[in-house]
Design a binder for this molecule. Sequence first.
Ligand code: AMP
Ligand code: MG
Length: 327
Amino acid sequence: MATILKTDEAIAQALSLLEAGQIVAIPTETVYGLAGDATNGEAVARIFEAKGRPSFNPLIVHVAGMVMARRIAVFDPLSIRLAEAFWPGPLTLVLPLAPDAGIHPLVTAGLDTVALRMPQGFGATLIGRLGRPLAAPSANSSGRITATTAQAVEADLGDRVPLIVDGGPTQVGLESTIVKVEGTRLRLLRPGGIAAEVIEAAARLPLLRESAAGIEAPGMLASHYAPMAAVRVEAGEVGPNEALLAFGPVRAALSENAVAVLNLSEKGDLREAASNLFSHLQALDRSGAATIAVEPIPNRGLGEAINDRLGRAAAPRTLAASEPQAS
Ligand code: AMP
Ligand code: MG
């Protein structure tokens, strides 16, 4: 079971767990977050594992100040104005990912944008001391209600996190408002702790509510990275002009045909496979292969989310299907 510590007693243990790539449930001003080092793929895979999410949504990256924020995302005058008006606080900005941002691709689901927020209180202190950003979705298992107290986190995730930091009930009690900055336009991706009108007043711009592509709301397929190459799942053998995305110690038939081979996890570890998924897909895409053949991946634990993502990559591109929002 998880250890529960008050904020003023928790910092040392929280830091050493995060340094070791473990996850920690922490209070923020919005809701409790399930935090892991956003630069460490295995830590991020642990977040998805603990939440039992059947799919990989991009996660919000939490920072402690503007210096850290500007290493991760590209700010323009409009996003700077919003950050100055609302940070630290419950506004998340979706911005272009900076070159060499250091954010693990599992956090952004391989996208070239990143959702960024600067929290108040314990989260800010922790991130400042760690010196690295934290990925932190809400600390609830997939499909369960968002936790606003340490006791609610314990009831839901107590057997899956080593430490829950108790900061009392959260102030806002709602997730952050997510706004995407698109050049000189702003798009509301998720209503939350700061009212849309308040953001509109600060930005002196209307918040667009219709999604650009018709369905590009958070967690929707169109907002997810899709490789240029076709993707063929459950591949038992490799065909001509195919790259191979392998899993485990045993290769598919005719693997010597593959124009490129990358293994998600030689030892068949699903957490390692999750952390390699987006970077390997991107690398095989760059190989120029027409198709990426993917070896079968067991549909247990994180395998379900891996297979969900691969299935979406394999689906016809024009038929963008929505996915249910888990949290
Ligand atoms: P959570 O971390 O569970 O509060 O959820 C984060 C939300 O932010 C999800 O709905 C994501 O789909 C959304 N999100 C995160 N990153 C991006 C991004 N780069 N573009 C669009 N939406 C994002
Ligand atoms: Mg949530």
